[in-house]
Every structure is written in structure tokens, then in C-alpha cells.
Design a protein around this ligand. Structure first.
Ligand SMILES: [Zn+2]
Length: 63
């Protein structure tokens, strides 16, 4: 299989896909959202067929 490479910035190591997972967001006793996300259900990922993007510059590099 051909390795991924970003043609724009030359990055060959860091890529990502957008996915959706179910997880929990902590809320404090005033009902305000905190920054803590936990109980991420990695077995429940969606959007596996999203394109692949470069982590460095955000360019789409593959399917
Ligand atoms: Zn890039």
C-alpha cells in the first residue's frame, strides 16, 4: 500500500479522519459544560468513510 503524504506541506506522519463517537461531557453543579470528555465509546465510531486529512495543514490527502 502506498504511504500517505501531504503534497502541500510534505507531512508524511500525522493524518486524521473526522469521526463521531458517543461520549460523556462533564457538567458542573451549575449546569455548565466542563472541558472533560470521558467514557468515550470507541466501539461506536461513525463516519469511517470520511476522507483523510493532514494534521499539519488540514489538506485532504486521501480517501
Ligand atoms: Zn499538510
Amino acid at each position: 500500500m502506498e504511504l500517505l503524504k501531504c503534497d502541500k506541506c510534505g507531512n508524511i506522519k500525522r493524518f486524521y479522519r473526522n469521526i463521531s463517537v458517543s461520549a460523556k461531557l462533564r457538567v458542573n453543579n451549575k449546569g455548565e459544560d466542563l472541558k472533560t470528555v470521558y467514557d468515550i465509546n470507541k466501539d461506536d465510531c461513525d463516519n469511517y468513510f470520511e476522507p483523510i486529512y493532514c494534521c499539519e495543514c488540514g489538506t485532504q490527502v486521501g480517501e
